[in-house]
Ligand binder design. Sequence first.
Ligand code: CA
Ligand code: CA
Ligand code: CA
Length: 246
Amino acid sequence: MFTATTYPIPYFIWSDAPALPSVPLGVLSNAVDADAAGATRATISPPGAYFSASSAVPGRSVFRSIGAEDGWILEATENSSTGGTLNRSTGAFSVGDDAGDRQYRGFLSFDTSSLPDNAVITKVTLKIRFFRTVGTNAFTSLGRLIVDVRNGAFSNDPGLELIDFQAAATKHAVGVLPSTRVNGWHVRVWTSDILAYINKTGRTQFRLRFALGDNDNGSADFVRFYSGNTPTAGNRPALIVEYYTP
Ligand SMILES: [Ca+2]
Ligand SMILES: [Ca+2]
Ligand SMILES: [Ca+2]
């Protein structure tokens, strides 16, 4: 990532060697994770080497969710935890529950392949724009809005499929989108935890779900957010990635 500056150390002959120092208990490696300035290194390095960040170039990319690949999936039956129906063409996807006490999950798809392969990602922002509430406010009745992230595509296919409802994420519950809105947007910022899950060679996808699958009241309670299909590009879900390249 950086240019390492190294310095020669004096040549020793065996008879010069001092007695080996004792290794402190619990210290199993002499690698250090911070540079001389105290900044965290991307990879830990042995003491004595340090990096110069003077040549690092900052970058910032804004990605919008791909309309053909985002949308919602509704659970098949109340306790199935499997996808039953989906909609990938709606201009606003739903997250919450329906009148059959089934869960709606929302899906976002970003083509992040244009990020430089050597980018060191420092900050990630995910934002979705509120459209409307149906029933009670799901942020109140169904708990926190949880974000699952996939480095790549759910089910290894960028298209939205019923099995994506229950497909493995790279990291489940990597964060929560706040219930409060800023100028109509629910915004979450990460400076750790999620950075490694942003895909520099393909899709980065997200699954959004409330903590509670349903509130068992036989009535629809969900929130709709603008999707990648909405005509105004500025309303579509956005993923903002900040990084630097060496
Ligand atoms: Ca869509
Ligand atoms: Ca998929
Ligand atoms: Ca309900």
